[in-house]
Ligand binder design. Structure first.
Ligand code: AMP
Length: 209
């Protein structure tokens, strides 16, 4: 299964990816997580990405395409993968096509903007990649990751003004990907407004697993 997850920031892509990757035993490739790790490590790529991320803008396509090319060449991607948060622009989608990768499905999780703002304000993340919500998906112990025990943090780009900028970026640059994949017959849309479990049920049904 070569799956692309589409949807606004905070739609639940990462949460559903965690569940699907465990069920199908395939890796999730999250460019956002890779970039955050690079920023934490202070690498050249991290330094380059920082200003874009903190402004709620997109990191240049050539940086993203480089990351994806390198990551998808790894052994663990041989039996499939989930792309979470990439592609985010038409040139990124075209680059994935040009790599000769045949995507099976582009699954779009639809959530209206008002709900996104509410969700993102309660989001807490761990550097291991796990993601929580204070109300909708709390960790067992407040502020501590269930998976690895590290402290949870608030993403800097989840601040209210940055979220509005990220939503504008999403509508302008990422949403056109729906038509891109619809034209290829690969787009499947699911409503992501319910609980995590309700959305998971819809997602798994769409995947036929
Ligand atoms: P995410 O964790 O997917 O919400 O990504 C966090 C931020 O990283 C985004 O707001 C962008 O600034 C940057 N980013 C992640 N993935 C991409 C991508 N595919 N293209 C451009 N920028 C990206």
């Amino acid at each position: 299964m070569k799956l692309i997850l589409l949807g606004a920031p905070g739609a639940g892509k990462g949460t559903q990816a965690e569940i699907i990757c465990e069920k199908l035993n395939i890796p999730t490739i999250s460019t956002g997580a890779i970039l955050r790790q690079a920023m934490k490590d202070g690498t050249e790529m991290g330094l380059k990405a920082k200003s874009f991320i903190e402004a709620g803008a997109l990191v240049p396509d050539e940086v993203i395409i480089g990351i994806v090319k390198e990551r998808l060449a790894a052994d663990d991607c041989k039996n499939g993968f989930i792309l979470d948060g990439v592609p985010r622009t038409i040139p990124q989608a075209e680059a994935i096509d040009a790599m000769g990768i045949e995507i099976d499905m582009a699954l779009d999780i639809e959530v209206p903007d008002e709900m996104i703002i509410e969700r993102v304000s309660g989001r807490r993340v761990c550097s291991c990649g796990a993601s929580y919500h204070v109300k909708f998906k709390p960790s067992a112990v407040e502020g501590v990751c269930d998976k690895c025990g590290q402290p949870l943090t608030i993403r800097k780009d989840d601040e209210p003004q940055t979220v509005l900028d990220r939503l504008t970026t999403y509508h302008e640059q990422t949403e056109p990907l729906k038509d891109f994949y619809r034209a290829k017959g690969l787009l499947v849309e699911v409503e992501g407004t319910g609980t995590v479990a309700e959305t998971t049920e819809k997602v798994l049904k769409a995947l036929g697993v």
